[in-house]
Design a protein around this ligand. Structure first.
Ligand code: TXA
Ligand code: MG
Length: 318
């Protein structure tokens, strides 16, 4: 596989061509790195599942370049979903909608709905628009990690996770550290109001502030097939502990205002909740690199993004 750092326009064009030819391209987004394939190419999509070691009935998010392409993939789109898309795309938000005929069973896990997102990272957007210029309709992309593991927020994490499973015609585009650091907010738009299936940087509050749109938090362990909604996910090799107190030799992650307990190994001291989200996954990886057995993580308090950070930490701890 080829790793391309700070890809030029020509290199992004080549990556788009590789996707069109059925190869896999891992690419940066503002949330986490994705493992991309042509969303209309069943053979290419099946390689995503093989590389990730992911059960084949788990649906994939289709990435598109703009809201204008939404109607290719979804039908009977509720008015509130259009509002959400106009307000928060491009950005860290995925909408679950009734699927069009284009969204085949191999994308949706045989469900009648499809997840769609317009990312805001410039490399992702350029890749999408070059792909569409070649006649592409959407890029299917889960997070570029092995099933159940921590999502990658830098290209070196992608190499660590799936480098051994990619072939030499696949590519990894390096676009720096992901700025949000945790996966997109997922709203199900299948009923009268949007329901949060996975909390993220587009918060409940920001949606409620959008006039006329109220959202409700679904049971996170919903019946929809959503691996991110399994109680255990996003987990490093070390055991993640959120209750009690750290023992000497344990890794320690908490906001910077919290002093390091004696004997603990500080892995991160983010100053804000935004920073916490941004560095969470790389701090868990750091614990693994240090060969730590346990990582104690102090949950951030509050609503908004803190809710999403707690969600990921709790899943890593299960
Ligand atoms: O931020 C993100 O969303 C990243 C970047 C690469 O865009 N992608 C990502 O994909 O996190 P993935 O596959 O790792 O997680 C997407 C979650 C999964 O839990 C999947 O089951 C759920 O979204 N999902 C996708 N399509 C769905 C659908 N039609 N119905 C219900 N859940 C769906
Ligand atoms: Mg994932």
């Amino acid at each position: 596989m080829e790793i391309i750092s700070n890809p030029t326009h020509d290199e992004i064009k080549k990556a788009a061509k590789a996707l069109k030819d059925g190869h896999l391209v891992a690419f940066p987004t503002e949330t986490v790195y994705g493992l991309g394939a042509d969303a209309t190419n069943e053979r290419a999509v099946s390689r995503i599942y093989a590389v990730k070691g992911r059960p084949t009935d788990h649906p994939l998010i289709v990435h598109i370049s703009s809201i204008n392409k939404l109607e290719k993939w979804a039908i009977e789109i509720p008015e509130y979903a259009i509002k959400l898309a106009e307000e928060f795309w491009p950005g860290p938000m995925t909408l679950i909608l009734k699927r069009s005929e284009l969204a085949k069973d191999f994308i949706t896990g045989s469900q009648e709905n499809v997840g769609v997102r317009v990312p805001v990272h410039p490399v992702a957007l350029e890749l999408l628009s070059e792909f569409e210029k070649l006649g592409g309709l959407g890029i299917a992309a889960p997070s570029a990690n092995r099933f159940g593991a921590v999502s990658p927020t830098a290209s070196k994490d992608v190499v660590e996770e799936i480098g051994n499973y990619l072939s030499n015609t696949d590519q990894i585009l390096d676009g720096g550290q992901s700025s949000v650091g945790i996966e997109s907010t997922i709203f199900s738009c299948l009923s009268d109001v949007p329901m949060v299936l996975r909390p993220g940087a587009i918060t409940l509050e920001s949606v409620t502030n959008l006039s006329g749109v109220n959202s409700i938090i679904e049971n996170m362990y919903s019946k929809l097939k959503s691996p991110g909604a399994y109680p255990s996910h996003y987990a490093p090799k070390a055991k993640v502990i959120v209750e009690g107190a750290p023992n000497p030799g344990d890794g320690f992650i908490a906001l910077s205002e919290i002093p390091t307990p004696i004997g603990s190994i500080r892995l991160a001291a983010p100053e804000t909740t935004e920073k916490y989200a941004q560095i969470l996954y790389q701090s868990l990886r750091l614990g693994d690199q240090k060969g730590l057995e346990n990582i104690f993580v102090l949950l951030p308090e509050g609503s908004g993004l803190a809710l999403a950070v707690r969600d990921r930490i709790q899943k890593a701890a299960n």
